[in-house]
Design a protein around this ligand. Structure first.
Ligand SMILES: C[S@@+](CC[C@H](N)C(=O)[O-])C[C@H]1O[C@@H](n2cnc3c(N)ncnc32)[C@H](O)[C@@H]1O
Length: 469
């Protein structure tokens, strides 16, 4: 098979994640991650097979037609002859999983760069920041069957192939499925490929893991199918979140990237929480943009900045948001878990968190537990206490418990919780600890117990304390 020979060629040439990393070094590698190719062009002038393939497929510049045996690449439609040169027809990039193991190749449309002009409407997007974010969010566990909805280049399925026994990849765009099929063949991944709208191709089926980086961009019209669904507002994300539980097997997980509207007079937490039904859910807002920033971002993404239509499109986008009373657009993650529970947590985490989140997401999506005097707790690993106050003052103005790992949450707490954080080592139940705290602080024991029962469930759910018994 020509795909096997192409994969062999890539491996022998050293066109692998490690090979490219070694070739580029940190500066050119970081520049390339920002889509700046000049340092990488300078680092790949030696004419080795790895440099030729990097220049051809990643940097997308013509290479001499006699530099390598290109026939299989041309037969697969990955490249074409142009006089004495060969140029890429598609972008082919080696990829590794978020855990850092090499896992294959991903084929997408050529990367566009500023000045390239607008994208084709059926553009198939390659590996990027959003796909990497989703890959890092996905729970680390082997699964029997996986659904990658809106597979595009197939990047998520390639990442997960080592963990899933059976893979189903769907997309509305038949070109995307053609390119995903090439990605899978070059990566040695077997998958069922289905064309169709959202969950329609898998009606009646259940999966242990559903992942999707859907067309979440909220736009006045559907111009680019890789990012816009054609449904109004944030309806595509609401619909996916609402429908996913019907397709989740017992103990199954679903991870989605999403955008949601902040609408004047509505609380965004309630709005998005209302999408989740019948499963545990965890929604994280990682960023928020105002309507103008949002329109600019996506006009730049489709290489439309500086075109004659730019101002009119920008204006129409703002009209669209004005008409819906939109004050901002949230970017984030949605994780759903069919555990039998229905705990929903919606929060904002804009700071850097430990990646990959998927390594510990199963601990994060946990419900609120009842706390009594008989409950035994242990302060979680990595929790530190910060005190802020006037120098020399006897009591701090503010006490903060901060996680130094994982989600790196911070919580402002009172003296009782701070004292518990110092005392809970998993030995004694809360009752005697709270009595001792009451004695030390001169507070009423009943009041201290009632306070702990009210506030500790949230601190436990937030991962500051673990329940031992
Ligand atoms: C943002 S891209 C994500 C591609 C890839 N999964 C990734 O993580 O990079 C969204 C994909 O969803 C597909 N898509 C758009 N509308 C869809 C629909 N209604 N049903 C299924 N897939 C759709 C697009 O063709 C595109 O491939």
């Amino acid at each position: 098979m020509s795909t096997d020979r192409v994969r062999d060629l890539f491996h022998q040439a050293g066109y692998t994640v490690d090979g490219v990393r070694g070739l580029l070094g940190p500066v050119a590698g970081a520049a390339l991650a920002r889509d700046e190719i000049v340092p990488a062009l300078r680092a790949s002038r030696g004419g080795t097979p790895a440099e030729i393939l990097l220049r051809l497929f990643w940097l997308q510049v013509p290479v001499p037609g006699k530099a390598l045996p290109f026939d299989d690449l041309i037969a697969l439609g990955l490249a074409e002859r142009d006089g004495d040169d060969v140029r890429a027809r598609l972008h082919v990039e080696p990829v590794e999983s978020p855990a850092g193991q090499a896992c294959g190749y991903v084929v997408s449309d050529l990367k566009t760069r500023p000045g390239d002009g607008p994208l084709r409407p059926d553009h198939v997007v390659g590996q990027g920041g959003a796909s990497a974010n989703l890959a890092q969010l996905i729970v680390h566990r082997p699964v029997d069957n996986l659904l990658d909805l809106g597979t595009g280049s197939g990047i998520q399925a390639v990442h997960l192939a080592g963990r899933a026994r059976r893979i189903t990849a769907t997309d509305l765009n038949p070109r995307a499925l053609d390119l995903a099929a090439l990605s899978f063949a070059l990566s040695g991944v077997e998958a069922e490929l289905l064309t169709g709208d959202l969950f329609a191709p898998v009606e009646g089926r259940k999966f242990d893991l559903i992942v999707s980086n859907p067309p979440f961009v909220i736009a006045p019209d559907r111009r680019f199918g890789y990012r816009e669904s054609g449904l109004p507002g944030d309806e595509v994300c609401r619909w996916l979140v609402r429908q996913a539980p019907r397709h989740l097997a017992e103990d199954g997980w679903c991870h989605l990237l999403a955008n949601w509207l902040h609408v004047d007079g509505e609380d965004w937490h309630d709005r998005v929480a209302g999408w989740i039904d019948g499963v545990d859910g965890w929604v994280v807002q990682r960023d928020i943009q105002d309507p103008a920033e949002y329109a600019e971002l996506w006009l730049r993404d489709s290489c439309e900045a500086g075109t004659p239509e730019y101002r009119d499109r920008y204006d129409a986008w703002l009209d669209y948001f004005d008409g819906r009373k939109v004050t901002g657009i949230g970017f984030g993650w949605v994780s759903l878990h069919r555990s039998g529970g229905q705990d929903v947590r919606v929060e904002e985490l804009r700071h850097a968190v430990d990646q990959p989140v998927g390594a510990y997401v199963h601990e994060v999506v946990r419900g609120r537990s009842t706390v009594t005097s008989a409950t035994t707790l242990r302060t979680a690993e990595g929790v530190v206490q910060e005190q802020i106050g006037r120098p020399g003052a006897e009591d701090p103005e503010r006490i903060v418990l901060r996680q130094t790992r994982g989600l790196r949450r911070a919580a402002q707490v009172g003296t009782v919780e701070a004292a518990l954080a110092g005392a809970c080592d998993g030995d004694l139940p809360l009752g005697p600890l709270l009595d001792a705290i009451a004695q030390l602080t001169g507070a009423e024991p009943e009041g201290v117990r009632a306070h702990a029962e009210a506030v500790m469930p949230d601190l436990i759910a937030d991962g500051f304390f673990d329940i031992i018994g």
